[in-house]
Structures are given as structure tokens and as C-alpha cells.
Design a protein around this ligand. Sequence first.
Ligand code: NAD
Length: 488
Amino acid sequence: MSTATAEKTAPLQWNYAPAPESVDPQFRKRYDLFIDGKFVAPAEGNYRPSINPARETTLAEVADATAPDVDKAVKAARKAYTKIWSKMSGKERGKYIYRIARLLQERAREFAVAETMNGGKSIRESRDTDIPLAAAHFFYYAGWADKLEYAFPGRKAKSLGVCGQVIPWNFPLLMAAWKIAPALATGNTVVLKPADTTPLTAMKLAELIQDAGLPAGVVNIIPGGRPTGAAIVQHPDIDKIAFTGSTAVGKWIQKELAGTKKRYTLELGGKAANIIFEDAAIDQAVEGIINAIFFNQGHVCCAGSRLLVQEGVADTVIAKLKQRMATLIIGDPLDKNTDIGAINSKEQLGRIEALVASGAEEGAEMWQPSCELPAKGFWFRPTLFTNVSQSHRICRDEIFGPVLSILTFRTEDEAVEKANNTAYGLSGGVWTDKGAKIFKVTRQVRAGVIWANTFNKFDPTSPFGGYKESGIGREGGWHGLQPYVELE
Ligand code: NAD
């Protein structure tokens, strides 16, 4: 029986005057495909509106690439690879990548506004995290371009050729940077497809790449949906596929590529456990939990969507969490006070609603603050579930929304066992006062990234990637160079 409640909570404890961001994102009315250094119309002439999920208004029309466009982009990338990019010295390649990084830094505010308008995330997130990190990735890999002999001492790092790259909607520009920067630094050329709901910062990046004077065809950006992605995966003249997205699509890609010469990396879903021990700094941990799951609307593959709390502090943590959740500001993503922006699309909102309904149906107890939601756009209140069992769908499936499932534990062993009781293995968190416990527990939790007394911290020098159904391969850091080279 459902025990769901949407409890009334005290209204916000404070109010701020509105502080909307006013920079113009400089959108064109219409974006064509970026192939061979030029913007060109799609072969079949299809365009789709790209919307603002907070207002349900159209921001621009964006070309929809089909198989002939994919072929054209691959041919341009092959020509640029053979004639120019693979022959250029690392030092020269690095100069171009530095130029992209610097231009992005100069136009960071404009890109942040564009990201927020197209994706729905709060301006604080895109201004302070997405765009600076994207620029940092270009800077970092620019530095490697002329140092590959030091990255792989005694070996020769040969580029692979043309890379097909497919990315999701949750960090549109950052994922593009994670893909493009290491590929270029190692001497490969690129055909990149952004997600169909968030192509605009990738198209602005195409303009910026033109401004940087990158040789034509080195980077090709072709927006589109599932068929476009599939055409990239299946194109016979691509040497490597780099995919970030759902586990279901990742599995399909793996099957498609089996038996081919194509290399691949897959960065897929997650269901991270955030473990709070009794000896943790509780207020700090509560803030960490909020950051781990509610900021960025929970649209984070490594979100701490399962909270494991030691029994002795469970009541305190849950009470403090509810108190803090009641103060979160949901609304206009362009307002600098906003904590939680819009859900990326109507479809994603539907998926979150269905999974949340299953939680209530399966007997978990739901709680939400009673905050107001804007009348237009796609919104979801921050939500927590208690009385959760490990067999509940809300505890097993990736919700990809601001929804937290809370479980308790008594011993370290029980915490580790519950943390690992998932098909995923992307990330995790441990909160404790004891350094020895951090080392002991993090060694046993099977996840690619584990934070201690913090969460969701990224750095271009640090590798990122998962175990089990969270994927194959690493992006970021020195590790992120390896999938783009053949070592001789
Ligand atoms: P998705 O798999 O539906 O789509 C991802 C991208 O793949 C999109 O560009 C989409 O158009 C394309 N695509 C869809 N079907 C395809 C196919 N058959 N062949 C080729 N391309 C195809 O995922 P999504 O809903 O856009 O993104 C959310 C998912 O991404 C979540 O599962 C999240 O955990 C994951 N993610 C993982 C990481 C990571 O680093 N591990 C980072 C961000 C997001």
C-alpha cells in the first residue's frame, strides 16, 4: 500500500530579490550542420526546434543530421586527418587547442547563459561548473599535445584516425569538451553529435572553433537524434566511438561494435551510494547530500541517489535534510539565487514521475517540501524516500532526477554490501571523521570515483569512469589519453 505523503513544510525561511542574468546568449535563429569548417544545410532539409525547458519557448531551429550527412562529416574528418592533423606536430596542435580554451574562457558568461537556457540547469551550475570545467579540459589536454612521448615513455603514441562521439543532455558543453579535447591532443579528428534536446552550446562551440581557425574538417558537429547517433556508430570509416549516455544504448553500441575494428569507450549510468557514518560532521554531510542529488536537478550520472545512513544518526540526518530541502529555491534557472532549475525535457519529467510513482506503490514513504513551482516549464520538487527496500525500483533504477532513496545500516560491512548491491559502479561518497575508515571503505566500494567528505568534485587531471554497467574506459587525466592512441 502506498504510504506517500507530500508533507506541508514551513515556507522559505528567507527571500531574496530576483537576480536574473542579463547576458545575451547570442543564439542564431537557425543552426545548420558544422561540416568541413562550414555551416551546411542538412541533406534531407529537416530542422527541429530547440526549446527552453523552463519556459517552453523555442530558442532556435537546429538541423537534424541523417545518414548522408554523417557520411559527409566522416569524409571531411578523414580528409582533415590524412592531409593535415595527423601530420601536424604536437606543438602546433596544442596551439589550436589552447586557442579554443582561451576563446571559451573569454566568452564564458555567454556560454553559461546559453547552457542554462537550453538545458534548464541553474545559472550557478553552468557559470561556476560546466563552462569553467569545459575550458579547463581544453587547457589541460592542450598541454599534453606536445608531451605524448612523456605520457607513454619508451612507446610511440599513434593517433587512431576519425573518432565518432555521441553525448547526452545533462552536461552538453562539458561532455563535448571531454570528448573533443583529448581526441585533438592525440592527433585524431572528430565527428560529434550532441543530444537532440541540448544542441545549442555545441553549435556555439562550432562557431568558436571556426573563430579559432582550426583547419576545416578536424572537428565536425552534427546535431540529431537516435538515428543520427546510430549512423555514427555504424559508419564503416570511423576508428573509435566515444559514447556517453544511458546503459541501454551503451549495451546496444557494444553489440553493434563486436567483431569490428572500432575501438570504443562507454560512459554510462550510475546509482551511487553516499554513505554517512555516525562519526561524520553531520551538518557538512547534509550539505553534501543536497549537493550530491538535488543541485543540477539530479541530472548527474554520478549523483548520490542512494543515501546510506548509519542507524544512530539516521533520524537526525533525515530531520536536518528535510529542513534544508524546505529552503531550496526552485524556479527561473537564470536567477542567480536558484538552487534547482527545470527538468531537461517533458519526456525526462515523465520518466521521473513514473519512477517516483513506483516508489510510493512499492511501499516506500515519500516526502517533498511544499514549495511553489512555476506554471510553465518542466519542474519536479526535491523528493526523498524513507522506508526503502533494496528491491524497490527507486533503489535499483537510475532516476536521473532530484529524488533520493534513503536506507540505513549498522556496520561498515553492511554499508559496503548495500553500496555494492547495484548493477552500476560509477561513483560513491563516504562521510566520516576517521581517515582509516575512508581508506578501508573506499577500497571496498566498487565504483570508479569515490569522494570522501565531499561530493561531485571534478578536475580535468582526474580520471572518470565506471565499473560494471556504468561503462568501459576512462575520460579525464592521463588515463583519458589512452583510448585515443595506439601504442607502438
Ligand atoms: P541516451 O542514451 O538516451 O542518449 C545519449 C546520446 O546517445 C544522445 O545523443 C542520443 O541521441 C544518442 N543515442 C540514442 N540512441 C542511440 C543509438 N542507438 N545509437 C547511438 N546514439 C544514440 O541518454 P540520455 O538520456 O541522453 O542521457 C542520460 C544518460 O547518460 C544517463 O543514463 C546518465 O547516467 C548517462 N551519463 C553518463 C555519464 C558518464 O560519464 N558516465 C555522463 C553523463 C550522462
